[in-house]
Every structure is written in structure tokens, then in C-alpha cells.
Write a protein that binds this ligand. Structure first.
Ligand SMILES: Cc1cc2nc3c(=O)[nH]c(=O)nc-3n(C[C@H](O)[C@H](O)[C@H](O)COP(=O)(O)O)c2cc1C
Length: 150
């Protein structure tokens, strides 16, 4: 399975989480995985991937425009069969980016293999709360395990 962990990141925290998730996916047994910045992702490459794990910082209870656009254009028709959504956020209340991206994935018919996952930052520009990078690796491992069961 070819897996892309695609992220947007204004201050770098979501990028760090995406890279930890990709590492976890590898540890979980899927070698063909890459973390890719959505801003350098070419839409014609959507069909190069069977799985898209997509993440965004939470901006005003929402995901970024680019991540929403990307996942809105990925679908089983394009070859993207499986997915999972994650996000970073400061607050506990309100909608997180992960939940928004998860909803879009389901709408386009992607089989979602994990509940939407939020990772927390301490302040707007970071840092990530302690333990979040390890949690991201664990999440990646779980995603890989579920993909291999599916
Ligand atoms: C314009 C803006 C709006 C934000 N809105 C929210 C929000 O609604 N809820 C929240 O929990 N965090 C909010 N945040 C904090 C971001 O979630 C935080 O900056 C992000 O997780 C850091 O990730 P990054 O380093 O990848 O950009 C906001 C940040 C910015 C810059």
C-alpha cells in the first residue's frame, strides 16, 4: 500500500506530528509512506496513493482550505481507498480540524480507518504539549495495523 501523510502547517507543529505519524506507520509495517506538505503536492499525483492520512492546524474551528480541497478531490475513483484525519489545536472546545477532514473523507467515500485525532499545542505557535509526538507515532502504528487488517 502506498501511503501519503499530507499536512498543512503554519508554525511547524502539524508538520512535526505528520512526520511522527509517518514514522509510526513505517514501524507498523508499511514501508511505502511519505510525509508531504500540501503546498507542494500536485493534484495529479492523488492517484499515486492508496491511502491518505491528512492533517491540518485548526483555524477558527476549521481545517485549512488547502487540506479540505485536497481531500475533497481524493476519492476511491482516484484510487484513494483508505484514509484517516488528524489535526493540531490549542483549545478543547469547538470543532477541531481533524473532525472536519474526517467528515469530508467520509463524504467522498474514502474508508476511514481511525477516529479523527487531535494533537494539542500549548500556545498558538507551539510548542506541542509533552507526549504528543509519541502519541502521534502510536497513532501511526495503529493506522498501519488497521490498514493491514482491512
Ligand atoms: C488564525 C488562527 C486561528 C486559530 N483558531 C483556532 C481554533 O479555532 N481552535 C483552536 O483550538 N486553535 C486555534 N488556533 C491555534 C492553532 O490550532 C495552532 O496555531 C496550530 O495547532 C499550530 O499548528 P501549526 O504549527 O502546524 O501551524 C488558531 C491559530 C491561528 C493562527
Amino acid at each position: 500500500m502506498r501511503v501519503a501523510v499530507i499536512f498543512d502547517s503554519k508554525y511547524g507543529c502539524t508538520k512535526v506530528i505528520a512526520e511522527a505519524i509517518a514514522e509510526g506507520i513505517k514501524v507498523g509495517g508499511l514501508e511505502d509512506v511519505r510525509a508531504i506538505d500540501v503546498n507542494s503536492f500536485y493534484y495529479r499525483h492523488i492517484s499515486d496513493f492508496d491511502v491518505m492520512v491528512v492533517g491540518s492546524p485548526t483555524h477558527y474551528d476549521d481545517a485549512t482550505r488547502r487540506t479540505k480541497y485536497l481531500i475533497g478531490h481524493a476519492s476511491p475513483n482516484e484510487g484513494v481507498r483508505y484514509g484517516a484525519a488528524f489535526g493540531t489545536r490549542l483549545l478543547r472546545e469547538g470543532k477541531g480540524a481533524a473532525m472536519v477532514l474526517d467528515g469530508i473523507m467520509r463524504d467522498v467515500g474514502i474508508t476511514v480507518v481511525h477516529d479523527p485525532m487531535d494533537f494539542r499545542v500549548d500556545m498558538k505557535k507551539g510548542p506541542l504539549l509533552e507526549g504528543e509526538i509519541d502519541r502521534a507515532k502510536d497513532y501511526g502504528r495503529q493506522v498501519a495495523e488497521r490498514l493491514q487488517e482491512s
